[in-house]
Design a protein around this ligand. Structure first.
Ligand code: PXG
Length: 441
């Protein structure tokens, strides 16, 4: 791979960049101009190991030829088709492939992103409760520190203050259970922490306050990613499931990050052996080649909408690009790669190596916790007093200069490499983080 041109644009001003310190970026831009396999190439022609699968989405590695070929073939045949009251075969084929990946979920609804998948799942939950005669169930419950994208539904049930405070009063009728992070009890746990299943009982408090008859659904990330990798304590998700079942509350798992192999199983629900009623996906569904999201509905949910006359639209919801032909083609080719290369199994096999590697950083300066599950880790640093996030941001910049892309949130470094990562590349990631932490402020 080489860059034979200088791709650096000469005007950075017009673009309002997402979730970015725009002025800081524009003074010292970091541009990625090519990618292949485990690596990005920067505009100044440096190779960067992608330690984060882009934004947790390029699970099969970059620029995979079968996906490129499938998208090309599709765009040359059918570039776009409306999805309302008319269809195209690839979307049906992709939906069947997806539902065949997991038992007990007989329908999927297509969106274009994780945020849209979350809003869709929340709307399906409300509409479902109404269609089974439970129309008083209108409340939605999220969790502190949850990230469910940036739509109004997602930020309302989300629990990250920075993502909420600029945007007014959000949805009404939303409440939050407590998060599961506890360094005193669980610091440096390998895999799922032992302590904390009882934190699910917080939902009982919310039920006691509002009454179950007012609550439609609870949404949680089975493993919280964006907030800094919070691993569910052993037994926690099962307990949440049981409480939801007891009270007729739908349980929604937001699997936008955990879906498609990240934990070494197709989905987190399979990994943890706990079935939600609905779950959201995006990112790895197309290996991020074309934007897409999907909501999976457990058996019976779709059917509950089917009792009106045949000519009735059952769900007044959908997007211009729901089931876009290019996304579905990319998705089918992506699933083939996951299957043919056994990437989910590979992730499961590599996970213990990754776990040992990341925990070897436990005695490095500034590190106050290391968490891991599957092919994900969160390394929590002690923040600099009065300068939260500064130390992790310094580490991010220094890793980038040394040829490694990591993600930071608060003072936590997160890594989630593509599932094609080699052991030597894991070693490089760990050595780079170790060296970097020796020199951060
Ligand atoms: N739910 C979850 C659990 C997510 O992680 C979304 C919904 C929203 O997806 P879209 O496709 O609308 O962005 C996400 C997205 C990070 C990071 O650095 C994480 C996400 C997006 C960007 C950055 O942790 N997750």
């Amino acid at each position: 791979m080489s860059t034979d041109q200088n791709y650096a644009p000469n005007d950075l001003e017009s673009l309002w960049m997402p979730f970015t310190a725009n002025r800081q970026f524009k003074k010292n831009p970091k541009m990625l101009v090519e990618a292949e396999g485990m690596h990005y190439i920067t505009h100044d022609n440096r190779r960067i190991l992608d330690g984060t699968s882009g934004l947790w989405c390029v699970n099969a590695g970059h620029r995979r030829q079968p996906i490129i070929d499938a998208v090309k073939k599709q765009v040359e045949k059918l570039d776009y088709a409306p999805g309302f009251q008319i269809g195209h075969p690839t979307s049906f084929e992709f939906a069947s492939r997806l539902t065949s990946m997991i038992e007990g979920f007989d329908h999927v609804f297509f969106t274009n992103s994780g945020s849209e998948a979350v809003d869709t799942a929340l709307k399906i939950a409300l509409a479902y409760q109404r269609s089974i005669g439970q129309g008083t169930r209108t409340r939605l419950i999220g969790r502190e520190r949850g990230y469910h994208g940036v739509g109004f539904g997602g930020i309302s049930v989300g629990g990250i203050v920075g993502n909420r405070k600029q945007f007014g009063t959000l949805l009404t009728g939303v409440d939050h259970i407590s998060h599961t992070h506890n360094l005193e009890q669980n610091a440096f746990s390998r895999g799922q922490p032992e302590w904390g299943a009882h934190l699910a009982d917080d939902l009982e408090k919310i039920v006691a306050l509002h009454d179950a008859s007012t609550i439609a659904a609870v949404i949680v990330e089975p493993m919280a990613g964006s907030t800094g990798v919070l691993i569910p304590p052993k037994g926690y998700l099962k307990r949440l499931r049981d409480i939801c079942t007891k009270h007729g509350i739908l349980l929604i798992f937001d699997e936008v990050i955990t879906g498609f192999g990240r934990l070494g199983a197709s989905f987190a629900s399979e990994y943890f052996g706990v079935k939600p009623d609905l779950f959201t996906t995006a990112k790895g569904i197309t290996n991020a080649t074309v934007p897409m999201g999907a909501v999976f509905a457990r058996d019976g949910i779709y059917d509950a909408f089917m009792d009106a006359p045949d000519n009735t639209i059952e769900l007044f919801h959908g997007y211009t690009y729901s089931g876009h032909p290019l996304a579905c083609a990319a998705g089918l080719a992506t699933l083939d790669i996951y299957r043919d290369e056994g990437l989910f199994e590979r992730a499961a096999e590599l996970a213990p190596y990754f776990e040992d590697a990341v925990h070897s950083l436990s005695d490095v300066d500034h590190v106050i916790d290391i968490r891991n599950l599957g092919m994900v880790t969160g390394i929590e640093l002690e923040g600099i007093p009065d300068k939260p996030t500064a130390r992790a941001m310094d580490a991010f910049n220094k890793c980038y200069d040394k040829g490694l892309l990591v993600r930071t949130t608060g003072d936590i470094i997160a890594m989630s490499p593509p599932l094609i990562v080699e052991k030597e590349q894991i070693d490089f990631m760990i050595d780079t983080v170790r060296d970097t932490l020796k020199t951060v402020h």
